[in-house]
Ligand binder design. Sequence first.
Ligand code: AMP
Ligand code: GLY
Length: 417
Amino acid sequence: MGKKVLIVGSGGREHALAWKLARSSDVARVYVAPGNAGTPQWNVPIQANDISGLVRFAKEEEIDLTVVGPEEPLSLGIVDSFTEQGLRVFGPTKAAAQLESSKAFAKMIMDEAKVPTASWEVFEEAALAKEYVRKIGVPCVLKADGLAAGKGVIVAMDLDTALDAVDEIFDGAFGDAGKKLIIEEYLEGQEVSLLCFCDGKTAYPMTPVQDHKRALDNDQGLNTGGMGTYSPPPVWTTEVEDLVMKEIVDPTLRIMREKGIPFTGVLFVGLMLTNTGPKVLEYNARFGDPETQVIMIRLESDLFSILWACTERKLDTVAVEWSNEKAVCVVMAAPGYPASYKKGIPINVPSLAQNEVVFHAGTTVQNDRLVSSGGRVLGVTAMAPDLVEARQKAYEIVKRISFPEAHFRTDIGLKGL
Ligand code: AMP
Ligand code: GLY
């Protein structure tokens, strides 16, 4: 019998997961909680952090598999709650999700697994942190320890910025996430996101992706959750992949297993390809956004079978195939993002051809009109035989979308040319 799948979350990532899962011949019904205006036929009005509400719904509807998108419910223990109730869920436990929810925990695991990463120290006091900044000098990188939606990181190129960032983080600019502060060595190189399907034992790398974290063209402006992606980046080779799997992913999963906290779900490794080799910038314990948009359009295999196999600890029995075509996702954001931004802007999305999808993120329907309701609003995604064409297609759709004052980068994918 066809399966019922519940996706938790409301972003572009969740729209992309729902879009792909709905195409699976094993899936009879998709639900998204709470979803957005791009997923109306699937939406269930339960918030992503309402774990008891989600458990109740999954039991009542006899959901066969739940897939968790965002980090917050994972760090609150949604997987533990579902498992205790005998419900099948794809994602890491609360303990395993600490790879993302605590940067100090992640660094400790990296040390034990001897994973190459930036040198670092953790501080709970501004005075000691400042002393350390003066000692190591700039550039350096300051990170709030906890979850801050990709925004709790300051790359300081001068001393004043670094010292101000110490005060900012300890003064609560990132709330509880900033109770501890990590200061680390600045790494130079190209960034690549490598996401891996994990069943606790086996890890399969997905196709590599390059994200664009800064708000403005040429990597200027503030850090964001991600302004656009393309896949695959040409800096990635099979040699790099083999090295990353052998020196980073496999040892990390082995240490987690040895500690009694096996990792199931998506291990997202944020990498810097430096001239002394790949180094870990961060771990995330979930699918990336907007990485997932380009990954799903390029994934040829059935996503449901892969996720199901992970929950059965049988990932090594499925094949994961990728399209040879290239994909680009351009994020259209609200004016002002990532600082305070405008909401309620009317949007119109034109009809699209094959291999073109506009994934919704911060959208809703108001008085029968599609309007913006968040910072990152749309993920305009296109796939084509080469990157030049994929970029062209994506930007042509961007031009045809009516979204007054939308903010987007014009250089997504240029690094790959
Ligand atoms: P994170 O949330 O830790 O990935 O940091 C957000 C962004 O800050 C990364 O995607 C990088 O662009 C940048 N970043 C983080 N750590 C470093 C580092 N050690 N050196 C240089 N850039 C960094
Ligand atoms: N795009 C980066 C992230 O999902 O964290």
